[in-house]
Ligand binder design. Structure first.
Ligand code: 87F
Length: 495
């Protein structure tokens, strides 16, 4: 799957659209990669940039990160508020990492080393020591953890930061999904006991589930990563996994790791407990990125770009007063007062951009003191009395959110197949499904499955071991090794 259109072709398409009123040229179900590229560019979400793998997040997509469409449930604001409710404080650490700090974590950075970008010059002179750009901030933050944590009263120590990170990826880049620079929040915490750390790992995981399900209407499966797939620096990794039905691929939505005492050991993060004994702290780290936006487009994007000719109406005063009321109620509203486009053209334009509700006001509406509200998801139209618009529109937005989530959940559930044998497993993978299979939980077997499924569209791997485990009767065998199965694992090809 390639998500690529030449800049020239995209520009031509965009220009063409302006002149002709035409929208997307490919259907989601026909060429998913090209459809995605068209949607993000023609929907005014992304501008391409002259450095490969870097994208400009235009206001239309940045607003999703900043402010989602529902009442006051903004993505950053929602997550930031909930993170603070967990007692975590925001801080900001530098973008640059010294080589010395980076090699402290050598063992765990090794695998990632090719992705680290370095600054080697200032102006024309070579720097005395090259400086890395943070790919993640463990090595930037943990020396400060070591310095500021002294006794048990300094614990728990909980820090979050909203920032950009750079990973010089070599896999094919895709806007939002895999880019060389991206935005995220990274939470880093330290506790006196493993029990407290464990509790937070799952509390954060559930916050991430809520971001996907309650804000973006994307169903996710909470689970634990296998030993092969976990963050090598940690003890265990939990994940929320989403699914893209059209490509049959899983996609990691966000992760919450228990780091155990590995980093405490490397960075000497120790505290004196009540008995004045020196103990290593237990740590967690967790992150959610702008990938969320790409997953939302992939799951909920469609081909809808209707074109309809209607007489132009100039009822800007009524529109302005409607918009004022809705804004005062905390809704995000955009008035389209362009008079050089027909209403039909404007409908297409905003539908392409994914606006969930359109409010139309024509002379007849004005005469009847009503507005016409049109849902994007169902196309349903209804006339709403002007004095009821705030309540009714808030209700409709809630309803749309719930219906989108249910629709995506059903589609996702239809793509999960149970397999007890290798044959059933391969059949399900070929059918672009995710596979729930009894597994012996052995690293060798997972590597073996990867090798046996390696093909053009990538190898299958474990996505997670779902927290919600079906019954596993005594004597059930692993689908791949035929050894006794220990748990159900979710397998699939992934992004
Ligand atoms: C790339 C280059 C260097 C991922 C990397 O998941 C280092 C790394 O450590 C690296 N890519 N990782 C793992 C990140 C772990 C962890 N960090 C905090 C998270 C969530 C937020």
């Amino acid at each position: 799957m390639r998500f690529f259109l030449s800049l020239e072709r995209l520009a031509a398409k965009k220009e063409g659209k302006k002149e002709t009123g035409l929208g997307l040229t490919v259907k989601k179900g026909e060429n998913f990669g090209e459809w995605y590229s068209e949607v993000v560019v023609m929907g005014d979400m992304i501008e391409y940039y002259d450095i490969s793998g870097c994208y400009i997040l235009l206001p239309w997509s940045y607003a999703i990160w900043d402010v989602t469409l529902f009442l006051l449930s903004f993505l950053q604001r929602f997550l930031d508020g909930e993170i603070k409710n967990l007692g975590v404080e925001n801080a900001y650490f530098p973008l640059f990492v010294s080589e010395r700090a980076l090699v402290t974590e050598k063992k765990h950075v090794e695998g990632f080393a090719p992705e680290v970008a370095w600054v080697t010059k200032s102006g024309e002179s070579a720097l005395e020591v090259p400086i890395a750009i943070r790919p993640t901030s463990e090595t930037v933050m943990y020396p400060i953890f070591a310095k500021r944590i002294r006794g048990h009263r300094d614990l728990p120590f909980k820090i979050n930061q909203w920032c950009n990170v750079v990973r010089w990826e070599f896999k094919h880049p895709t806007p939002f999904i895999r880019s060389r620079e991206f935005l995220w929040q990274e939470g880093h915490t330290a506790y006196a006991t493993k029990e407290e750390a464990d509790e937070e790992v799952y509390a954060v995981l559930d916050l991430y589930r809520r971001v996907y399900e309650e804000l973006l209407a994307i169903p996710v499966i909470k689970g634990v990563k296998s030993e092969v797939e976990k963050f090598a620096g940690g003890l265990y990794t939990t994940t929320v996994e989403a699914f893209i039905p059209l490509t049959g691929r899983g996609i990691q939505g966000a992760t919450s790791h228990c780091l155990g005492q590995n980093f405490a050991e490397m960075f000497d993060i120790v505290f004196e407990d009540e008995k004045r004994e020196r103990k290593k702290v237990w740590q967690n780290s967790w992150g959610l990125t702008t990938r969320t936006i790409g997953v939302m487009i992939m799951v909920h994007g469609d081909d809808k770009v209707p074109y309809k000719d209607v007489d132009t109406q100039k009822l800007f005063d009524a529109a302005a007063s409607t918009a004022r009321q809705l804004k005062a109620a905390g809704l995000r509203v955009k008035e389209d007062t362009r008079d050089n486009y027909s209403p039909g053209w404007k409908y297409s334009n905003w539908e392409l951009k994914g606006v969930p509700l359109r409010v139309e006001i024509g002379p007849r509406d004005l005469a009847n003191s009503q507005v016409r509200v049109v849902r994007r998801d169902t196309g349903a139209k209804e006339d709403v009395p002007m004095d009821k618009i705030v309540d009714r529109i808030s209700e409709l937005l809630e309803e749309i959110q719930l219906q989108l989530l249910e629709k995506a959940r059903k589609e996702r559930d239809d793509c999960i197949v149970k397999a007890y044998t290798w044959k059933e497993f391969m059949k399900a993978l070929d059918d672009k499904k995710m596979v729930l299979a009894p597994w012996c939980d052995e690293e060798k077997v997972e590597e073996d499955v990867k090798a046996r499924t390696k093909g053009e569209s990538g190898a299958a791997k474990t996505l997670c071991m779902p927290l919600d485990q079906p019954d596993l009767p005594e004597g059930t065998k692993c689908f791949a090794s035929e050894k006794p199965a220990k748990k159900w694992a979710l397998w699939g090809r992934s992004y």
